[in-house]
Design a protein around this ligand. Structure first.
Ligand code: 5GP
Length: 196
C-alpha cells in the first residue's frame, strides 16, 4: 500500500533491536486519512469473506481496526491488556509476551462480545513474532468462533510471525512488509532502500 509505505519511509524511524517507531502516524499521533485508507484496503483484501466482528488489542490496534470495522459495518472488539474494574469474571483470557515491552500480559475479552457463530477478522498494527496474533486467535477459539484471517498494518518479515500463523493455516494480509531494519535502513520486500 503506497500511502502507508511512504508514511513509513518519511515518518518512521528505526530503533535498536529491530524495532520500528511509527508514533508520528500510528502508535501515538494518528494520521486519520491514512487510517481510513488502511481500513478500506483491509476490507478490499477480505471482500471474499463473511466477517461479523473485528478483533484487535489495545491500544495501537484500535485506530486501523476502527476504520475497517466501520467499512464492514460490524462491531470492533479490542482485547484489554489490563483487566478493567468494571469487567466481571466472565472473560476469555490468553497470555501474550510483548516483543517491544519484553513482558507477559494476560489479555482479556468479555464473553459478551464473541459468540460461536462469529467470523472474526483479527487486525493489529505490527506482526513480529506472532505472539499478539496467536493470543487473539486463542481467544477466538475459546469462544468457538472462526478466525477469518489476519490484517496486519506492518509486518516485519524478518521475524517468524507470518510463518507461525501460516503453519496454523491462517490467512495473513499485510499492508507493508519489511524485510530488514539493519543499519537503520528500512528495506521493504521488493521495494527500494531508505536510509534513516
Ligand atoms: P508480536 O506479538 O508479533 O511479536 O509483536 C506484535 C506486537 O508487538 C504488536 O502488537 C506491536 O504493538 C508490538 N511490536 C512488535 N514489533 C514492533 C515494532 O517494530 N514497532 C512497534 N512500534 N511495535 C512493535
Amino acid at each position: 500500500m503506497e500511502q502507508l509505505q511512504k508514511a513509513i519511509e518519511e515518518r518512521g524511524s528505526v530503533l535498536t533491536d529491530g524495532v520500528l517507531k511509527v508514533d508520528q502516524f500510528l502508535n501515538h499521533q494518528v494520521d486519520t486519512n491514512l487510517m481510513i485508507n488502511i481500513g478500506k484496503e483491509f476490507v478490499r483484501r477480505f471482500q471474499d469473506c463473511k466477517i461479523t466482528r473485528v478483533l484487535t488489542i489495545e491500544s495501537s490496534g484500535i485506530a486501523p481496526s476502527f476504520m475497517a470495522a466501520n467499512e464492514l459495518n460490524v462491531p470492533l472488539v479490542f482485547a484489554r491488556k489490563k483487566k478493567s474494574l468494571t469487567m466481571t469474571n466472565d472473560v476469555y483470557i490468553s497470555s501474550v509476551y510483548s516483543f517491544t515491552k519484553q513482558e507477559t500480559n494476560e489479555i482479556t475479552v468479555s464473553k459478551n462480545f464473541l459468540s460461536p457463530d462469529d467470523h472474526v477478522l483479527i487486525i493489529d498494527d505490527f506482526l513480529a513474532n506472532g505472539q499478539a496474533a496467536l493470543g487473539l486467535a486463542d481467544i477466538v477459539k475459546q469462544a468457538g468462533a472462526t478466525v477469518v484471517g489476519f490484517g496486519i498494518v506492518i509486518e516485519k518479515s524478518f521475524q517468524c510471525g507470518r510463518a507461525k500463523l501460516e503453519e496454523e493455516g491462517y490467512r495473513v494480509e499485510s499492508l507493508a512488509r519489511i524485510k530488514s531494519l539493519q543499519n537503520s535502513q528500512i528495506k521493504f520486500l521488493q521495494e527500494e532502500v531508505i536510509t534513516k
